[in-house]
Write a protein that binds this ligand. Structure first.
Ligand SMILES: [Zn+2]
Length: 251
């Protein structure tokens, strides 16, 4: 029993690898800013067991102050007909913009110098770590009409084919999406109001990857997520459970 417990808490050796490059532009990347992105990447990597590598560029834009905090931009080129397109498929290129026009002012994008805790998040700050989690969530599959199976032939959208109207996996996960023209986001209402993958994030709030995010990505793309710390806790008992709890939870 103890052996099984240790194995579950350590996790399999294989894991997702997300490799960032940081491009200077409207701003020059600071160490704190890079650390926030790397922290977000590390959290997603820790959740997904699949042995794949995804390269992603991060840059700064000037998109104005009635625009986005962050934006995932994806292109595909040289994809052969019949390819099953995944985030790591050769020819798929990921670019995540952070809008530097929100980096100052009364409300501003805030890069946490201690991303493991959110106690220092200012009320006026839009949390850059939450933005990074969110945009990486799009890259990993919260995307309608991009990740096709059998591209160009039967051309089945891995994500979109699970949605009827605005309902993702009707009768199963049964999750409401943000709208017919916004099927890459969750509706910010009902049970999942305030989820990481709703269209907007308020100031002063940190959001993290939810179990619904994991369930949806697993269903659409077949990702294998690492066992939850709480699952290991349930399998363990007594003192071992307490020790696990201290070392396993992120916050
Ligand atoms: Zn989004």
């Amino acid at each position: 029993m103890l052996g099984l417990l240790v194995l579950l808490s350590v996790g399999p050796a294989k894991a997702l690898s997300i490799v960032p490059t940081f491009t200077d532009g409207a701003e020059t990347w600071t160490t704190v800013q890079k650390d926030v992105i790397n922290y977000a990447i590390g959290q997603w990597e820790g959740l997904i067991v699949d042995n794949q590598t995804i390269n992603v560029e991060f840059d700064f834009t000037n998109a104005g102050t009635s625009s986005y905090l962050g934006q995932w931009f994806v292109t595909a080129s040289g994809i052969s007909a019949g390819t099953d397109v995944y985030p790591w498929t050769p020819g798929v290129t990921h670019l995540i913009h952070l809008n530097a026009d929100y980096f100052s002012g009364e409300y501003y994008t805030w890069f946490d110098p201690t991303p493991g805790t959110d106690g220092d998040l200012p009320l006026e700050g839009w949390d850059a770590l939450s933005v990074a989690y969110h945009e990486l969530g799009h890259m990993l599959g919260y995307a309608n009409g991009f990740y096709f199976d059998d591209a160009g032939i039967t051309h089945v959208d891995k994500w979109g084919s699970l949605i009827t109207g605005t309902t993702f996996d009707p009768g199963g996960l049964n999750i409401e999406m943000a709208g017919l023209g916004n099927l890459g986001h969750l509706a910010d209402s009902g049970a999942l109001a305030g989820d990481l993958m709703v269209p907007t994030t308020p100031n002063g709030i940190r959001r993290e990857v939810s179990s619904s995010n994991q369930d949806m990505l697993s269903l659409a793309y077949g990702y294998t997520f690492a066992p939850e710390p709480s699952t290991a806790l349930l399998l363990g008992m007594g003192l071992m459970g307490l020790a696990l709890r201290r070392s396993s939870f992120v916050r």
